[in-house]
Design a protein around this ligand. Structure first.
Ligand code: CP
Length: 315
């Protein structure tokens, strides 16, 4: 594996899950692999879980880890080509990227959707520039259209808790005050395509995700229908794809409540976090014994470590 930008690049999912489980059982077994290697983590956006879990994963592998918050302490970066740089941006990304590459052996990038242009976001302009110009293996720590490390941790968590071979997994849209990217749901759909779970997407009209991600997945605009008999409920907000980046609804009848969970097969609750309580999910659901949000976040470390290990093995 040269770069990692999509969960599909893991190849055989069962092999990847077994590797992650072995790493979780013995996180320091591969300390020699990363010795004298430097991992640079570049954040264009805020992060708690990705920042800490990926840093920890690199340290577990014996790597030196540097974290750069582009928006705090670095020069303000221009990303557009052909721009006359007479404004407040002092450095162009096209110089910054190879410079960053010269200080490390591998780069993780958190770039996020900007919602300025669907085309730019869905072409992953920032992430692809890192791949093109850094000269290093690059992995996504969430980009404009995918969050593969999150999905890997999500599936690891489902595998640890499922009680039947083919659980029913529902990914439901839920309300949020702001426009959020489609990266987590897009990636989750890709991840589900690698399993044989009974997978359903529930979202209001106007919130259908990009057809290239939805593929043949079952989509319903009736949340109650989707939740019936579910074994896992994955809640997430996303902004409209069709009316790109717009918030069309804050309908709190889509909030995952105790009453909604009563429609399920005593389902486990999942969310990538951070979560807006009583918008996305009620206090009682997220605090219930069926909520997996904390072990799900903890698994981010082992998902990241599996990916970084594979990239180190390809150096
Ligand atoms: N789930 C997730 O990626 O969390 P952070 O944005 O805090 O990293």
């Amino acid at each position: 594996m040269k770069h990692f930008t999509s969960i599909l690049q893991l190849g055989d999912l069962q092999e990847a899950l077994a590797e992650a489980a072995a790493i979780k059982a013995d996180p320091f077994a591969h300390q020699q692999l990363g010795r004298n290697k430097t991992l640079l983590l570049v954040f264009f956006n805020n992060s708690l879980r990705t920042r800490l879990s990926t840093q920890k994963a690199g340290l577990n592998l014996g790597m030196n880890v540097i974290v750069l918050d582009v928006n705090q302490g670095a020069w303000k970066l221009e990303t557009g080509h052909g721009v006359i740089m007479d404004g407040d941006k002092s450095e162009h990304l096209l110089e910054a990227i190879p410079v960053m590459g010269s200080y490390c052996d591998m780069i993780g990038v958190r770039s996020f959707a900007r919602f300025e242009s669907k085309e730019d976001d869905y072409n992953e302009v920032i992430l692809n520039q890192f791949i093109q110009y850094s000269g290093r293996p690059v992995f996504s720590m969430e980009a404009a259209t995918r969050h593969p490390l999150q999905t890997f941790a999500d599936i690891l968590t489902i595998e640890e808790h499922k009680t039947k071979a083919r659980p029913k997994v529902v990914m439901t849209w839920a309300p949020h005050p702001k426009a959020l990217p489609q990266a987590v749901p897009n990636s989750f759909i890709e991840g589900m395509s690698m399993t044989d779970y009974d997978f359903v997407i529930a979202n209001p009209e106007g919130y259908d995700l990009a057809p290239e991600f939805v593929g043949k997945a079952w989509v319903t605009h009736d949340q109650d229908e989707a939740l019936a008999g579910a074994d896992f409920v994955y809640a997430k907000n996303w902004a409209s794809y069709e009316h790109y980046g717009e918030v069309l609804s804050r309908d709190r009848s889509w909030t995952v409540t105790k009453e909604k969970m009563a429609l399920t097969n005593d389902a486990f609750f999942l969310h990538c976090l951070p979560v807006r309580r009583n918008m996305i999910v009620s206090d009682e659901v997220i605090e219930s014994p069926r909520s997996l949000v904390i072990p799900e976040a903890a698994n981010r470390e082992y998902a990241a470590q599996t990916v970084i290990k594979r990239l180190l093995e390809s150096l």
